[in-house]
Design a protein around this ligand. Structure first.
Ligand code: GLY
Ligand code: MN
Ligand code: MN
Length: 426
C-alpha cells in the first residue's frame, strides 16, 4: 500500500524541481471508446497515478509555484446522482478534501478558469508533451505570457526510476500472484489444449487474486509460435513434445510484473530442448549475478550477447569465432531483443535510460528491471541443426537493485528443468 503521505512527498519532490513562477498540470487518462457507447476498461495515467493515487477519470492535478511556495490542487468530477447511477460513485470535492493531502480540491469544471488565473503571473508551464490535442489547446489558449514550456512527464519518469520500499512491496505482490498463475499452468498436461485455455488459467488466477488482470497482453506460444516475439493470438492447439513460451504477468495495485517461463507441453524436456534451455538459463543466471550499483544495462546486454553467442557455437547453431560473429551481428538472428527494461507502474516503465547529458544511467539501489535473454530458432531455419528448429526459449525475471547487489524478486517461480518437471509431477 502506498500511503497518502508518500504521494504527498512525491508531489513535494516534484515541486522542488519546478522553476520559480511556474504552473504544472497533469491530467487523468481519458476514457477510450471501444465502439458506440461501450468503453475499454479504464486505467489511470501512470504519472498522474504516481503523484496522486487517484483513479478517477476526468480529473487533473495542478502545481503552482511562486518563489519558494507551492500550492497543489486536485480537480475532481463533482458528485452527480444521475451520472453515478450509470458509472458508479465519485469521490467528489468534499470527500477528496479529507482523503488527499493536497492544498485545495476543486470541481474539474473550474479547471480552465483557475488555470487562466495562475498563468497570468507565471513564466513557465509544465505539461505532458504526449497530451491529447484537445487538452493542449486549452493550455495554449491561456499561455500567451509563458516563456518556457517543459515536459513534466520527464521529471516524473525520472522520479519513478527509484522505487520506495512500499513500491517494491506492490511489485512483489504482483509477482507472487503471477507465480501462482505460472505454477498452475506448469502442473497441467497441456497436450491437446489450446493456447488460449492456458491464457484463461493465467488470467483467472490474476483476477481471482484481485489483480487488475494483466500488465500486458499474455503471450502463450507453443512450438514455433514462440519465435514471434509479440505473439498474442494464442489460438493454436498444443502438441506433445513442444515447448510453450509463456510471457505473462499481472498488474496489482497499479504495479506490474513481467515473467517468462518456457516449459514442456507434457511435463518433460527432450534432451535437445534441455540443452538449449540450460544454455539460456546459465546466461540468465550469469547476467543477474552481475547486477549491482554502478553497473550499466548496456554492459549486461553486451555480455548477454557474448555468452549467448558462445552458447550457440557450442550447440552447433552458429559456426565460427565468437568475436567475428558478434561483429557481423550474426547472433541477432537468434537473439534479436534487449536484455531487459525498467519495470514499475508500467511493464516497460517510462523511466529514462540516459541522463540529460546523454550518458547512460548506471544502476542504483531501488531500481527494478527485467532480465530476459532468449534464443529463437525458426522451424524453417536451414542453418540450425534440425533438432533445435521450431523452438523459442526466453527466461525472464524481475530484479531489484540493492545497496550491494541485487535481489531476484521472482526467484521462487520454478525455473530449472528439475523444478519445472517436478511441479508437473506434483
Ligand atoms: N512482456 C513484455 C516484455 O517482456 O518486455
Ligand atoms: Mn519484459
Ligand atoms: Mn515479458
Amino acid at each position: 500500500m502506498i500511503t497518502e503521505k508518500e504521494y504527498k512527498s512525491r508531489r513535494e519532490r516534484l515541486c522542488k524541481q519546478l522553476r520559480k513562477n511556474s504552473v504544472a498540470v497533469l491530467f487523468a487518462s481519458e476514457v477510450k471508446i471501444r465502439s458506440n457507447d461501450t468503453e475499454y476498461p479504464y486505467r489511470q495515467n501512470s504519472n498522474f497515478y504516481y503523484l496522486s493515487g487517484f483513479t478517477e477519470d476526468n480529473s487533473a492535478l495542478m502545481f503552482v509555484r511562486k518563489k519558494r511556495k507551492t500550492k497543489t490542487i486536485l480537480f475532481v468530477e463533482k458528485k452527480d446522482e444521475a451520472l453515478e447511477l450509470w458509472h458508479g460513485k465519485r469521490v467528489g470535492e468534499t470527500e477528496a478534501k479529507k482523503q488527499f493531502l493536497v492544498d485545495e480540491v476543486h470541481s474539474i469544471e473550474k479547471f480552465s478558469h483557475i488555470l487562466k488565473t495562475y498563468l497570468q503571473d507565471a513564466k513557465s508551464l509544465y505539461y505532458d508533451f504526449n497530451l491529447q490535442y484537445n487538452k493542449v489547446k486549452i493550455l495554449k489558449r491561456y499561455s500567451k505570457n509563458i516563456a518556457t514550456m517543459s515536459n513534466v512527464a520527464l521529471l516524473v519518469q525520472k522520479m519513478r526510476l527509484i522505487k520506495s520500499n512500499s513500491e517494491v512491496r506492490c511489485i512483489q505482490q504482483a509477482i507472487d500472484i503471477t507465480q501462482e498463475a505460472h505454477h498452475r499452468v506448469m502442473k497441467l498436461n497441456k497436450d491437446q489444449m489450446y493456447e488460449y485455455e492456458l491464457q484463461a488459467e493465467l488470467e483467472y488466477t490474476f483476477t481471482k487474486n484481485g489483480a487488475y488482470s494483466d500488465a500486458y497482453t499474455s503471450i502463450v506460444a507453443g512450438g514455433n509460435a514462440a519465435n514471434t516475439l509479440h505473439y498474442v493470438s494464442n489460438d493454436k492447439l498444443l502438441k506433445e513434445g513442444e515447448l510453450i513460451l509463456i510471457d505473462a504477468g499481472c498488474e496489482y495495485k497499479y504495479y506490474a510484473s513481467d515473467i517468462t517461463r518456457t516449459i514442456p507441453v507434457s511435463g518433460k524436456f527432450s534432451s535437445s530442448q534441455k540443452k538449449l534451455y540450460n544454455m539460456v538459463l546459465e546466461v540468465q543466471l550469469k547476467i543477474i549475478s552481475m547486477i549491482k550499483p554502478g553497473v550499466k544495462r548496456s554492459e549486461l546486454h553486451k555480455e548477454s550477447e557474448k555468452l549467448l553467442c558462445e552458447g550457440l557455437i557450442k550447440l552447433g547453431i552458429l559456426q565460427g569465432k565468437c568475436k567475428k560473429l558478434l561483429k557481423k551481428q550474426k547472433h541477432k538472428k537468434y537473439y534479436p531483443h534487449g536484455i531487459g527494461h525498467w519495470m514499475g507502474i508500467d511493464v516497460h516503465d517510462e523511466a529514462p535510460y540516459k541522463k540529460e547529458n546523454g550518458k547512460e544511467i548506471v544502476f542504483n539501489k531501488g531500481m527494478v528491471l527485467t532480465i530476459e535473454p532468449g534464443i529463437y530458432i525458426d522451424e524453417n531455419d536451414k542453418d540450425a541443426p534440425k533438432k533445435y528448429r521450431g523452438t523459442g526459449i526466453r527466461i525472464e525475471d524481475n530484479i531489484l537493485v540493492t545497496s550491494k547487489g541485487c535481489k531476484n524478486l521472482s526467484k521462487r517461480i520454478a525455473k530449472t528443468v528439475e523444478e519445472i518437471e517436478a511441479l508437473y509431477q506434483s
